[in-house]
Design a protein around this ligand. Structure first.
Ligand SMILES: [Zn+2]
Length: 855
């Protein structure tokens, strides 16, 4: 966490919005907002003891069945859950998944290719994993075990004061195992092996099976209902990381450590039940427990030890899962990321036990999130909590959509796809990955990620309670899931169909290779980068043989819902293939050989999607998509688009041609040793050189338009001298740089008459400068100040040229410091226009995602 400056505004919003939080998870009946991780981090780190005491005075982990108007509903759900679910599987045998279920593909067999943004994201993450220091990561584990502690602990949520410390190391074990499988990076391997050997040492030193970065007394507090910050959450991350080390990196020691930990917690839970009650154990689950059920089911899947199954079931939180069992969309007020991992747990349970109700719960959950609780990004949660169904329009803010919930929703949808092969789940996966995951890294800066993805009008990823994190001082929950997300981008591109007619389902169009052992081939998927000016997705599959002649097998290509049903093209070698309608698979059976090539071209639709809100006054609030890409408009606050009478989207949304990049320019002047740039904010001023991605770079970039409205290219100063041009702000298409008269400031407006300037050779006589002379006021030039300093407003000045004037009216003209994203569109409205680009490409720039679109 960046400092501990506390936002009263945030408290206010949390208090207003979450007063209805349910007993099921209400750790603080009178201060529901304290159940958010953001607030609990605050509680963990604050030095203000009086404030902490006051907050904690309302802490309670109580039984949902005991009181409150909601109690009977929860009680009924809980009973149904206990009676039908737990009892059904107490005596389970070995369940085999039906043969037509899809099998996941190992990360070891998939490689991303460098022409994809997914590969770049993977590389950025890899750099971060390698930057982290083992001694610092394990510091608190050694401390807890009583071992020497070289180095110093990291900051943020890994700080010594933070009760959640150690959670990130669990994610690190998972992420490094995934990154190792995906890239075979040796440094990552050395780091994860070093961590593993320290953890083994720590567990042995403690000697009970317990292993964590905090003492086991935290669990005493939990069981005695004394406030503590989510100790099982961290245990889940550690155990999950260990199992990933076992399954992906073949580390047998990791499995032994996990089993010993499971023994410890089994004894602990049984003792609590014997000493107190089962009810008391369930009360402890009202604190965030991550996916304890999930990791224990996973362990059971490996060991087949009934003790592990039984323990996993004890972490199936009845008051929440019961709601899903009785198909009640009653999740409003619940902390989202406390509960989504539980759904993954029961989905895993279905795969292991065949319990159909577990399957139905996952399906129902996905249905309600998809229909009523998700944003256009596929993400869910507002200020970490769910709101009322179909009330998303009033759940937009800077604290919208916690990133780690999206990571977990991907897991939920992935299970459903494996079981059903329904394109809709693969579509969801693509939506959430593209719009809710890929853009949470700040460009290619390792270790800079966000917690919340803001979605209110005029949002910025840099401006939420947390903003962008720091590589060594954040370690939020979303950092943990972030490093995993970017380490497993090779996942869920391919799924395998085993059995008599073996096959592969290709559900993501991401340039990659898949070494398909069963099919005896390597599949090479090459996707052309998607651009706005050519509205097609093109993908070619080629094959190399892999130790065999290649068996007859079927390849199934997803035809996404966003594909235009008309105009698609598919060929197998030279033969045309019929493309099925969107929502289906193109299936081709063949003994694939190196001579063959399967090509597909899918026209990409532009579309709008209404926000999930059934109140008529919000019907016009819509998001704009280009295929899978959610487009955001550069905007400080506006989100109104008046289209006028139009018949189709293409009348008001048009692609920005690639050639427009050639007309982008930036103007600067020297002040001492530093360069200042001409920038448009509220006014037009001269400002310090902006860093990339801060939004200042967009404000300092203008597009050249000729007097005849045609685009003008800029290659050298020489080729624009004597031309009459207008300057359109990069991020505010349709507006122009305009003069208002002698000695008046320049403004951004749309009056072409006063916006035409003649580009003259710089009055200062230097070869790389220009001077901009007003065409309607001859002899008047754009002028900064003789005493140049940042913040100076630019004016038109008609005074007689002297040396100071010449200097202040001469600007270095160079190629624009911002460039259009290849997927950029112009959205035209009668009130204003917007430059649209994929949300994933934004860094600090302000944007609007939902527009109020009216005619
Ligand atoms: Zn999070």
């Amino acid at each position: 966490m960046k400092g501990v400056v506390f936002s009263n505004v945030l408290i206010y919003f949390l208090l207003c919005n979450l007063a209805f939080a349910k007993e099921c998870v209400n750790l603080f009946p009178n201060k529901a907002e304290l159940a958010s991780s953001t607030m609990r981090a605050k509680l963990s780190s604050i030095n203000d003891e009086a404030w902490k005491k006051e907050m904690l005075s309302s802490y309670q982990l109580r039984s949902p069945a005991n009181e409150g108007p909601e109690a009977s509903k929860f009680q009924a759900a809980e009973e149904k859950f206990d009676n039908t679910m737990l009892r059904n599987t107490n005596a389970t045998g070995d369940f085999k998944l039906p043969g037509d279920f899809l099998k996941e593909v190992s990360l070891h067999d998939v490689r991303l290719l460098p022409n994809s943004m997914h590969w770049r994201a993977q590389q950025t993450n890899l750099e971060y994993l390698v930057m982290l220091d083992v001694d610092r990561l394990v510091w608190s584990f050694r401390k807890t075990a009583g071992l020497p502690t070289p180095g110093a602990p990291y900051g943020g949520w890994e700080d010594q004061k933070m009760e959640l410390r150690g959670h990130f190391l669990g994610h690190y074990l998972s992420a490094t195992a995934m990154a190792w499988a995906s890239t075979r990076n040796e440094t990552v391997k050395q780091k994860m092996d070093a961590v593993m050997s320290v953890l083994s040492e720590c567990q042995k030193k403690i000697g009970t099976g317990y292993l964590s970065a905090f003492p086991s007394e935290f669990f005493d507090r939990l069981e005695n209902l004394v406030y503590v910050w989510a100790p099982y959450y961290t245990i889940h991350k550690i155990m999950a990381g260990l199992l990933d080390q076992y399954t992906l990196a073949n580390n047998g020691q990791a499995l032994n450590i996990t089993i010993w930990m499971a023994d410890y917690f089994n004894t602990r839970v049984q003792n609590l039940i014997a000493r107190s009650s089962l009810e008391r154990h369930y009360q402890t689950l009202n604190d965030e427990s991550g996916g304890m059920n999930d990791v224990l089911y996973k362990l059971y899947g490996i060991t087949k030890d009934p003790k592990h199954l039984k323990l996993a079931e004890l972490f199936d939180k009845p008051c929440f899962l019961g709601l899903l069992a009785v198909k009640a969309d009653n999740i409003a007020g619940l902390h989202a990321n406390t509960h989504i991992p539980l759904v993954c747990g029961v989905q895993n349970r279905y795969e292991l036990t065949g319990d159909e109700q577990s399957m139905a719960m996952g399906t129902f959950f996905m249905d309600i999130i998809n229909s009523s609780h998700s944003y256009a990004t596929g993400g869910t949660s507002h200020q970490e909590f769910w709101t009322d169904p179909k009330r998303i329009a009033t759940a937009l803010s800077a604290e919208t959509e916690e990133s780690c919930t999206t990571y977990n929703m991907l897991k939920v949808s992935r299970y459903l796809f494996k079981w059903t092969k329904q394109v809709t789940y693969a579509d969801y996966y693509e939506r959430a990955l593209t719009n809710g995951v890929l853009g949470i890294q700040r460009g290619t800066e390792p270790g800079v990620m966000i917690y919340m993805l803001p979605l209110s009008p005029g949002s910025s990823k840099a401006k939420s309670y947390h903003g962008w994190g720091d590589a060594f001082d954040s370690f939020w929950c979303c950092y943990g899931t972030g490093i995993e997300s970017f380490a497993k981008l090779g996942d869920s591109i391919y799924f395998e169909q085993e059995g008599k007619g073996p096959g592969v389902y290709i559900i993501q169009y991401i340039s990659s290779t898949f070494d398909w052992k069963a099919g005896q081939i390597v599949i090479h998927q090459n996707v052309d980068p998607v651009v706005s000016w050519d509205q097609n997705l093109r993908m070619a599959l080629t094959f190399t043989s892999n130790k065999g002649p290649g068996v007859s097998s079927v390849l199934n290509l997803r035809i996404p819902f966003w594909a235009n049903p008309n105009g698609g093209k598919a060929t197998l070698n030279k033969d045309n293939l019929q493309i099925p309608s969107p929502g289906n698979f193109l299936s081709v059976t063949r003994a694939w050989s190196p001579d063959e090539k399967l090509f597909i071209q899918l026209p990409i639709n532009l579309r709008t999607e209404a926000i999930k809100d059934d109140r008529p006054q919000y019907a016009s609030l819509q998001a704009i998509f280009y295929g899978p890409y959610l487009l955001a408009g550069y905007s400080q606050h506006d989100h109104e688009i008046k289209t006028g009478p139009v018949k189709s989207l293409s009348e008001w949304i048009t692609p920005i041609p690639a050639s427009y990049n050639a007309g982008l320019v930036t103007f600067s002047q020297k002040s001492g040793n530093s360069s200042l740039v001409l920038m448009k904010n509220q006014s037009v001023t001269i400002e310090p050189w902006p860093a990339a991605g801060t939004g200042g770079d967009a404000n300092a970039t203008f597009r050249l338009i000729g007097n005849d409205q045609r685009p003008i290219n800029f290659t050298t100063v020489k080729n624009v001298i004597s031309k009459q041009v207008m300057f359109e702000p990069f991020d505010f298409p349709g507006k122009l740089l305009m003069q208002q008269g002698n000695n008046d400031s320049l403004v951004i407006a749309n009056n072409p008459g006063n916006s035409v300037f003649q580009v003259n050779a710089g009055l200062d006589g230097k070869p790389d400068t220009v001077s901009l002379e007003s065409v309607s006021r001859k002899g008047c030039f754009v002028f900064s100040d003789v005493n140049l300093k940042a913040g100076t407003a630019l004016k038109l000045n008609c005074q007689q040229p002297d040396d100071g004037f010449k200097q202040a009216a001469s600007f270095v003209m160079q190629k624009g410091i911002s460039q259009y994203h290849p997927i950029s569109f112009l959205a035209k409205g009668s009130n204003r226009n917007y430059l649209l680009a994929p949300l994933l490409s934004f860094r600090d720039e302000s944007y609007s995602v939902y527009f109020n679109i009216t005619n």
